[in-house]
Ligand binder design. Structure first.
Ligand code: G3P
Length: 218
């Protein structure tokens, strides 16, 4: 399973990249706003900075919600760097835009996916990635990981090539569950990635090894 980090924060992206396990980055307008990135030129510059840190796919989201606007924005975003994946919302014009981008060889991430029907349309349109939002489904008492598992099964059954990118991951347990569900990618906050390392027996074992070493070696 590939790991993407779900942030526009350059320090966190660098930290995850330095860990040596980072395969890419996803951003969205909320994450860009959180970093105070204002104005189209600054946003483009920021995407380029992210691409320069990470040797992997970087999702950059269109703001337009109409077909022509999405095409215009997506073509510019895709031209910024070969690693850019154009992120498009799962609405009717978005599906049409994904079809257009797919035929032009521009890679896409169909975002804001909350049902298997939406995932089917994304795959039929030729999306590179589909992003079911795990945490937001859990927030409303639905089964986010269950949706990931259903999409994985459906794509395998019909041999769709679209990769399942589990998004809105909130914690380490979500990552492990998405791994078990067969997601191709999990995009996660840095804290959730680092949480995979935590185990009390690792800490206790290391402490004991070092104590025993010191007993003999001083
Ligand atoms: O990848 C989508 C993600 O950024 C949404 O996460 O926590 O706002 O639901 P969240």
């Amino acid at each position: 399973m590939k790991f993407f980090i779900d942030t526009a924060n350059l320090e966190q992206i660098r930290e995850a990249y330095d860990l040596g396990v980072l395969d890419g980055v996803t951003t969205n307008p909320s994450l860009m706003a959180k970093e105070g990135i204002k104005g189209v030129q600054n946003q483009h510059d920021h995407y380029i900075k992210i691409c320069e840190i990470v040797n992997g796919d970087v999702s950059a989201e269109v703001i337009a919600t109409d077909y022509e606007g999405m095409i215009r924005e997506g073509e510019v975003l895709a031209g910024l760097n070969p690693h850019i994946v154009v992120k498009v919302p799962c609405i009717a014009d978005g599906i049409k835009a994904i079809k257009f981008f797919s035929e032009k060889g521009i890679r896409t991430n169909c975002t804001l996916v909350f049902s298997i029907g939406q995932a089917l349309l994304a795959a039929k349109a030729g999306a590179t990635y589909v992003s079911p939002f795990v945490g937001r489904l859990d927030d409303i008492c639905e089964d986010g990981v269950g949706l990931v598992a259903d999409i994985v099964r459906m794509y395998h059954f019909y041999d769709y090539k679209t990769q399942v990118l589990a998004a809105s991951i909130r914690n380490t347990k979500h990552i492990v569950e998405c791994l078990e569900a067969g997601a191709d990618v999990a995009t996660c906050p840095l804290s959730a990635i680092k949480g995979l390392l935590d185990h009390p027996l690792t800490d206790a074992g290391l402490k004991k090894f070092l104590e025993d070493y010191k007993k003999v070696n001083g």
